[in-house]
Design a protein around this ligand. Structure first.
Ligand SMILES: CC(C)(COP(=O)(O)OP(=O)(O)OC[C@H]1O[C@@H](n2cnc3c(N)ncnc32)[C@H](O)[C@@H]1OP(=O)(O)O)[C@@H](O)C(=O)NCCC(=O)NCCS
Length: 171
């Protein structure tokens, strides 16, 4: 029987402190630095899920909601939100952790698509993922339309071929 995994199986947590050479002119974490950290974290989740070599196929969405200052403690948490045939969606949540004030602020999120590949860079099948918590279920459900949108934007799918997106806009 094919292996079924949970989101927790791919949970990856990376904690960093923002150093001066990673900041912009406002002394906040530079966006590109954060993107690289998010991609790294997401790629570990993807590899943990499929136990294969993985590549980034698409960055579907990134939001920068709150600046992260120099010296700030950044916590990235990523998990597989849905597995398809050879591709999987990974959700990355970013937090600014202030242990002195005892506060944790959700600063960013990013949604990535990774593909499991063999040694010839050919996509290979991956295990399915069963969501458990309410949030995992919500993200799992919405992943299908995000996949359609990403495929349309990358020219891999015609808008009229979509199922979930059509339901969203045409009903
Ligand atoms: C990603 C890659 C392996 C896909 O290879 P391909 O031969 O086009 O394979 P397919 O068309 O069969 O697509 C494979 C899967 O990826 C998905 N996919 C590909 N591009 C996608 C995109 N932009 N958004 C969402 N899913 C995408 C397909 O839907 C398919 O999913 P499924 O098997 O779960 O249904 C290939 O394009 C690649 O190697 N890209 C470069 C990756 C890389 O170097 N990343 C690092 C960038 S620095």
């Amino acid at each position: 029987m094919a292996k079924i995994k949970t989101a927790s199986d791919s949970l990856t947590i990376m904690t960093n402190i923002v150093l001066p050479n990673e900041t912009n002119s406002l002394r906040n974490l530079f966006g590109g630095e954060l993107l690289a950290k998010m991609d790294r974290c997401a790629s570990i989740s993807a590899a943990r899920h499929c136990e294969r070599r993985v590549v980034t196929a698409s960055v579907n969405h990134v939001s920068f909601n709150h600046p992260i200052p120099e010296g700030g403690i950044v916590v990235l948490e990523s998990k597989v939100s849905r597995a398809f045939s050879t591709s999987m969606e990974i959700y990355v949540d970013v937090w600014l952790d202030d242990p002195i004030a005892g506060k944790k602020i959700h600063t960013n999120e990013g949604i990535y698509t990774f593909v499991a590949v063999d040694e010839f860079n050919k996509p290979v099948p991956i295990p399915q993922m069963e969501p458990e918590s309410d949030l995992e279920i919500e993200r799992f459900k919405a992943a299908f339309r995000r996949r359609e949108l990403s495929l349309i934007l990358s020219g891999r799918m015609k808008p009229q071929e979509s199922v979930e997106l059509k339901k969203l806009f045409c009903q």
